[in-house]
Design a protein. Structure first.
Length: 182
């Protein structure tokens, strides 16, 4: 069956949104910190940008499978100045694709990091143009990092995020797993 012009336009909007989110992640999360000798190693290229990553990035989103390891999917990640940021784009999720963005500051090694509403770096789930964020009231989550280095990270995550349009809808992201090389 051939896609209609509306469906193609909608898919393009989802891809454009993903690219914009990755660019935002590179700018917002890749910058910062100071250049003193006590800061941690960067993520390979030293320019503070998110890198194309490979590996595993999956979760259940309100019971629906999210898997960013398909042919048209992508994973981005960086670890620089104790900031770990990883995102995955699942092109096959819903009619427009979806993105999960994880970021946590203060990562110095393995451990569980708690995310609460109103944190400076929220976790996000975006489907099409609808954004659910832990920056909204009532949100929470955890990221458990089992290993992290300048070349990759491994761990689990879960979070509840609310729609940024303040309509009280939420998503529960559970059983999240990442094992990425950047």
């Amino acid at each position: 069956m051939e896609e209609s012009i509306v469906e193609k336009s909608t898919n393009r909007k989802g891809i454009i949104l993903h690219i914009a989110l990755v660019a935002f992640m590179a700018l917002a999360f890749g910058c910062g910190g100071d250049d003193d000798e006590t800061s941690s190693a960067g993520s390979g290229n030293g320019n503070g940008e998110a890198n194309v990553a490979s590996g595993l990035f999956s979760a259940l989103v309100s019971g629906n499978s999210f898997d960013a390891t398909g042919d048209n999917d992508s994973i981005q990640g960086t670890y620089d100045s104790n900031l770990l940021a990883v995102s995955g784009f699942d092109f096959e999720y819903g009619p427009q694709g979806a993105t999960i963005m994880l970021a946590v500051n203060g990562v110095t090694g393995p451990g569980t990091y708690t995310i609460e509403a109103f944190t400076s770096i929220p976790l996000q789930f975006t489907e099409g143009t609808t954004v659910y964020s832990t920056a909204m009231p009532g949100s929470s989550g955890t990221i458990t990092v089992s290993s992290v280095s300048e070349t990759g990270a491994k761990g689990t995550f879960e979070f509840t995020a609310f729609n940024t349009n303040n309509d009280n809808t939420s998503v529960d992201v559970t059983d999240g797993v990442f094992d990425v090389t950047f």
